[in-house]
Design a protein around this ligand. Sequence first.
Ligand code: FAD
Length: 499
Amino acid sequence: MEVKLAGYNIDSNIIEKVRATESLKGLPLTPETVAVAYARISRDSSPVTELRKKSLEDVEAARKSAKSIVFEMNHQSVAEHAVFNFDILDISRLCIESLEWHRLCSYTEKSQRYQELVGDYVFPKEFEGEARPLFERTMKDQNDLYTKAFKVLLDYFKGKYPQMLEKKWDRRVVEGYAKEDARYAVSLATKAQLGFTANARNLEYLIRCMRGNPLEEVKTLGEKFFELAGGVAPSLILLTDPAEYMKEFGRPLNDDFFIKTHPNASRLASETMERHGGISREGDEVKLIGWNGQGDRAILQAILHSHTLASAEACNEAAEKLIRDGEAEGFIREYLAYSNPWESATREYEFADFTFEVILSSACYGQMKRHRMSSQLVQEYDPGLGFTYPPSVIDTGLQKEFGENYRQSSEAYYELSKYNRAAAQYVLTNGHRRRMLIRANARELHHISRLREDAHAQWDVRMVSGDMLSLAREKCPLSLMLAWGKDRFPEMKKELLGS
Ligand SMILES: Cc1cc2nc3c(=O)[nH]c(=O)nc-3n(C[C@H](O)[C@H](O)[C@H](O)COP(=O)(O)OP(=O)(O)OC[C@H]3O[C@@H](n4cnc5c(N)ncnc54)[C@H](O)[C@@H]3O)c2cc1C
């Protein structure tokens, strides 16, 4: 066996230094050479190390190959071998939502739980002109409330947890509680920053989506990605042009293409809604709306299948027998004997899945959207769904002011919707809500539970994930017996398994 380190992502400051060095001028500083060398592996029997040398020696030929392999032969996965990192500063939370919609990438962003906000926000181009004063006034009112609430909440939490004021780390945690609750006052226009990593395949797809997004800020971000990555790897960032897209796929590059290009279906959808009583905003905040019948049996079947040579049918019969004879629980207990809170549940747990409808705050969505191994669909934010109040806001008597802030922000939203509905969402706060459909299998539910039902998790997402898990546990008690937050895991394991 021979393994060579063929490349890795290095800081662009170093790359710039190399570019500026006279003796190194002309070096092909692009990830395309690696991607093309790997693409050529499929048909060229030369050692891959030679293929990499060949790409380096003739970058133009490599680019030509990339174009034909990726776009003409549709072998797009080779573009995944080129990886980019981006520092993204001064971006709104709303814009981040469009970016993080893309699951096969990596993100780390400024936390509003751990950092105090300073009132900075992105002003959306959509509201230049007469709408500007309303937007700016709303931002000011929200930020004033944040400043006031932060002080009140800090005193409240200091009073509540006096024992935590002695050590620096614990004091920070107490400050974090105040930050994470005060932030329910501020909007989706609030500035953030993040580190973002994507391979060329995802980046190209993401740029294409961003160019068709209704928000100017998202379009601009897409353009910046295109300029920066397209400049370095032009052969891998190609199919991002709206006109080309229309030609290729016969539909516009636009998020709301359903309404624009399917007028009959979209009319039928609205008429059917009307017949069913229009938009109802009542009901539980977390509903389990679907699951695959016998999840425990499906997981038992999968475990038996991957550890024997029996057919799926035979494994199913055996799983049913284990359940009928009351032996399934003992079987699963033994199967879980070596599990720990840091390792994921095994792949067999992917064979039972659950669909939830959740009404959740923007603060909570910001966390839930990071669970990439699930299927999520969201509606726009809807002030008609009510608002989320942090318990501390209620305890400190700030609820009236938060309620007024939520209502004023909603009014600003309706007013700004007259100019641009998608962009009007910028003024909505972390306490405004939306509906989400989330489908997750039992393996991902274990993960969500470990991270989000845990004591370190923020209360809003802890409540939502707790509700999701208790609904799922009713349907799949055996398989989810150890799906608990990291903190409760040892105690639950001891209770269930004895040691
Ligand atoms: C207490 C707490 C504090 C947090 N603070 C911050 C913060 O300050 N800033 C911030 O940006 N985020 C923060 N997060 C979010 C966190 O970084 C994760 O994005 C989020 O919890 C989702 O976890 P995940 O990526 O493991 O889950 P998923 O995306 O659902 O992935 C599930 C599992 O699949 C695997 N996986 C998925 N994608 C990849 C991949 N591309 N490469 C390798 N493996 C992959 C991993 O095993 C992963 O655990 C915080 C989370 C918690 C619980």
